[in-house]
Write a new protein. Structure first.
Length: 80
């Protein structure tokens, strides 16, 4: 890993299940494939920089602060 950053333009094709990445300032293009076995999981298979990538992403549930609602005062702490 390096601290080098790159900018990419992306094109997502939901029918072919592909993600095209185009580095800013060049005409080269990488095409990644993805699957979504469950609504909470995304799997990406690609070759980037000459290396094979197999990435599995898991969706985290919404944080409690967002889903619980707003409360001014709690007589008893919620998390005790």
């Amino acid at each position: 890993m390096t601290d080098h950053r790159e900018g990419f333009a992306i094109e997502v094709d939901t029918t072919a299940h592909t993600i095209a990445l185009i580095p800013i300032g060049t005409k080269t293009k990488e095409t990644w494939s993805y699957t979504q076995p469950t609504p909470e999981r995304l799997v990406i298979d690609a070759i980037h920089g000459g290396r094979y990538l197999h990435v599995t992403l898991h969706r985290e549930p919404a944080p409690l602060l967002v889903t619980r609602g707003f409360h001014w005062i709690n007589e008893i702490p919620f998390n005790h």
